[in-house]
Design a protein around this ligand. Structure first.
Ligand SMILES: Cc1cc2nc3c(=O)[nH]c(=O)nc-3n(C[C@H](O)[C@H](O)[C@H](O)COP(=O)(O)OP(=O)(O)OC[C@H]3O[C@@H](n4cnc5c(N)ncnc54)[C@H](O)[C@@H]3O)c2cc1C
Length: 481
């Protein structure tokens, strides 16, 4: 995602990837949240994902479903789509944007100096870049080599995941027992009336809670069999695994997202339990926050200080993700008292205000960067408004396809002068007569102008005056030409 964002901004970017090809062993993310779908819509590529996934009301909190079909967004649902497909589609997009991917080699070390970063690769070659972004996962070498602390919490639960065959048919679906949660499914499934219906044949996907969290080695078929015996009293004749992996609820976050010319994004910056399905989504949105800022700094449009807003905005978002996942892990426990608590939470989420509040958070639609400013839109996502402009009708997100900032004048044409930034910010006179509805807040006062950043977040709002406009333009899009 970051490579795509940089390429759209005209930056010469490259990816170094250890894996030899696009194949992804194991099962990881199961889908995309509403806000991630919006972000992909902002780049004009959401239809590629929608064509392969299944729309469903999958937003939830500790398996308590939160329906978002009444949220004011075109994507008022989640998309069930396995990570291997999400990664493949993104890689195809990045390929179209001609970003080179150096596959089958590892970044083995790097050294940064005043003017750039020298990156040593495992094949003995090196690369020189202005900046290096570690998107290298939870065990990030970039994070460790940059000396960035990764404080957090140890694991309290451990689970084995596998794809394998079984001689005896297990009960498909999710099961809660005193030993924890275990689940059996199949690679292929359909979502019908909100329920997952698995294919009748094909390899089985297995998830089982392990009796302890101490394992230090890669899980084996024997570990899997023992965990099944402990959870179900039998292992259903498990054999022929395609892959076996493990995940825990270890929760950690990088103390800083930037150390000089080295930045972190995705799991390299934050890891947590997969419950709630937030990891990949948070990473994609990190990239969209960072891409345009890094591009402006590389092009010397903005000072390096703009990069510090990446940490300032995205660190609190992931800190909240860690908080909600830790709370969900606690609520996933299967003892009677936790079950009682879960039932009460489920009743509370039946109340509209609470459902909207938590669903906005879990779907990413409620993200609010603290950018100051009085109007509630400042720091929030611009809704996908249906605008009338000189050339006809256009959706707001269509205007963001090139990842360029937009100044939307919704009042009298010619009122605002941003000529000094005209090489960077497009001024558009537009009409919008509809409501300004936000998922969590409902209606907000209609602004007369909005400054929209390339990531789709509102940087400045006019309620009739130009107060603060020059400052906002300078902070986000550099000194006037
Ligand atoms: C069981 C499970 C279920 C999940 N479900 C969800 C979900 O439903 N929704 C959700 O949003 N998230 C989910 N996640 C989380 C999601 O999988 C991760 O958040 C996501 O993969 C992180 O992406 P990333 O690119 O930051 O890191 P990774 O996916 O870990 O990618 C890092 C990449 O860097 C490469 N790499 C590492 N080191 C080097 C090196 N030195 N040199 C070169 N290349 C290197 C690796 O080969 C890898 O391709 C789940 C995770 C698990 C385990």
């Amino acid at each position: 995602m970051l490579a795509g964002e940089l390429a759209l901004a005209g930056i010469d970017a490259a990816i170094v990837e250890r894996r030899p090809d696009q194949e992804l062993a194991g099962s990881r993310a199961g889908g995309l949240s509403s806000r991630t779908l919006e972000v992909l819509d902002q780049r004009g590529i959401v239809d590629r994902f929608l064509a392969e996934g299944q729309k469903a009301q999958v937003t939830g909190f500790a398996a308590i479903r939160l329906d978002i079909s009444d949220f004011p967004t075109r994507h008022n649902y989640g998309l069930a789509l396995r990570q291997k497909h999400i990664e493949r589609i993104l890689a195809e997009w990045v390929g179209e944007l001609a970003v080179p991917i150096y596959r089958n080699r590892e970044l083995s070390s790097f050294a940064q100096d005043k003017s750039g970063v020298t990156i040593e690769l495992s094949d003995g070659t090196s690369l020189r870049a202005y900046y290096l972004v570690g998107c290298d996962g939870g065990r990030s070498l970039v994070r460790k080599a940059a000396g960035i602390e990764f404080p957090g919490w140890h694991a309290t639960t451990s689970n084995i995941l596998a794809e394998a065959q079984m001689t005896e048919e297990p009960p498909l679906g999710v099961h809660r027992t005193a030993q924890g949660i275990h689940a059996f499914g199949r690679e292929k499934y359909e979502i019908l009336d909100g329920k997952v219906v698995f294919a009748s044949d094909g390899p089985l996907n297995i998830m089982v809670t392990e009796p302890n969290t101490e394992a230090a080695t890669e899980p084996t078929l024997r570990d899997l069999s023992e965990a099944l015996m402990a959870a179900c009293g039998k292992d259903y004749g498990i054999h022929s695994p395609t892959w076996i992996s493990r995940f825990t609820d270890v929760s950690r976050q990088a103390a800083t997202y930037r150390s000089g010319r080295v930045l972190l994004a995705g799991d390299a910056a934050h890891v947590h339990s997969p419950v709630g399905g937030q990891g990949l989504n948070t990473g994609v949105q990190d990239a969209v926050n960072l891409g345009w800022k890094l591009a402006q700094v590389v092009k010397a449009i903005s000072p390096e200080a703009l990069l510090d807003t990446y940490h300032a905005e995205r660190h609190p978002v992931a800190a909240r993700v860690l908080r909600t996942t830790m709370a969900q892990v606690a609520l996933q426990r299967t003892d009677d008292r936790t079950e009682a608590l879960r039932e009460i939470m489920s009743e509370l989420f039946g109340m509209d205000t609470l459902r909207k509040r938590i669903a906005a958070e879990m779907s990413g639609l409620g993200i609010h960067y603290d950018l100051g400013g009085g109007h509630p839109l400042v720091g929030r996502r611009i809704p996908d408004l249906h605008l009338i402009v000189a050339s006809g009708r256009v959706r707001m997100f269509e205007l963001l396809h090139d990842a360029q900032p937009i100044f939307l004048n919704l009042g009298v044409p010619g009122r605002f002068d941003i000529e000094a930034w005209s090489d960077r910010v497009q001024l558009l006179d537009a009409r919008y007569d509809g409501p300004w509805d936000l998922p969590e807040l409902s209606s907000v006062t209609a602004p007369t102008a909005v400054l929209v950043r390339p990531d789709g977040y509102v940087a400045w709002v006019s309620e009739g005056t130009q107060d603060g406009l020059r400052d906002a333009m300078t902070i986000w899009f550099g000194t006037p030409a």
